[in-house]
Design a protein around this ligand. Sequence first.
Ligand code: SF4
Length: 428
Amino acid sequence: MSAILERPAPAAPAEAGCDTRPVLRERGQREVFCGLTGIVWMHRKIQDAFFLVVGSRTCAHLLQSAAGVMIFAEPRFATAILDERDLAGLADAQEELDRNVTRLLERRPDIKLLFLVGSCPSEVIKLDLARAAQRLDRRFNGVRVLNYSGSGIETTFTQGEDACLAALVPELPQSEVAQLMVVGALADVVEDQFIRLFAAMGIERVAFLPARRAGGMPAVGPGTQFLLAQPFLAETGRLLEARGARHLAAPFPLGAEGTTLWLRAAARAFGVSEARFNEVTAAGEARARQALAGPRARLAGKSVFFFPDSQLEVPMARFLSRECGMEAIEIGTPYLHRQHLAEEMPLLPESALLSEGQDVEKQLDRCHAARPDLVVCGLGLANPLEAQGITTKWSIELVFTPVQGYDQAGDLAGLFARPFARRDVLKV
Ligand code: SF4
């Protein structure tokens, strides 16, 4: 079975914050990048971490092409390539891994946190990276060694960040202290803007996961209330709750409206008065709305179709329809985390079809029938669609670009306006 239309029983009462719209669920062929892609932005965020993929030449090529700029710098990721002997079970892959890690850590004393990242090949040969991480962690004093999987088997590319952060959560120290935690990798400039806004509201204890350095990872416990900065952190959120932290339900900080609602969730949880909140956020929100005016002129009235890729599709569709005047036709997302998206779903336009998972041929048929003005999709689909005259936006750009917060709202809308500008230029 490849498509299931999930429709709640009509008699079921809608719970507060729970959206009851039908969701088209598809389980067919998918066109998405794997979780290794997350290394491209995670290695920039945690500045003394190293990501060692245990995988194949394909994995190495993916990383190198996704983060090609790194060839000019001392890289903080690499691939330990499993060759035919490893795959055939003729070599002891654990021993070889130990040798590679030893060589790496002896040569690079700047590495304080090492992630062994699993891949499809390491999963297929059932290489136990958890055991390897524990063994190497004991061996190397001063370097924390952890593992997670970035395999493309049943994962999508932003789940790499979720898996990486989830590996960190059990390592965080315990603390009862009341604090706000922002969870999800944000560009440093965005983080600094949020720190200033929270401080102006009087929320002084603000922690970020991940921290910029391995030694600065925050403590967690029952005093922690956390805001998710990204909608794809299902496992990380679950593990933080298991440590006693409380999730603050909010839309995501994309666009002027999303940023205000996200900040307000923290303000309310920490007892900030509405008057003070408005005083602190008014200027930023006004700046964001002003910055949106230019791209909005190009986007308003145009239709957009999302293929499932980044898991940012729901908040992006909300932003494009409510703040840029676009019409969302289909909002496809790889996974629909109803709890984390509970504040977003009621803000989506009624008319849009919400789909979860993918059956790519059927979705392409729906897309062709709808003839949207803009398609947001992965790289693999973008070129063929462009060749058919359909304007596209690569969804991967949304995770490589700082887009959260008031001062990035204009840039975010600009990302969607740019393909139209390019088309106009090409026509000229
Ligand atoms: Fe390909 Fe799997 Fe390696 Fe990703 S982890 S590059 S999907 S082989």
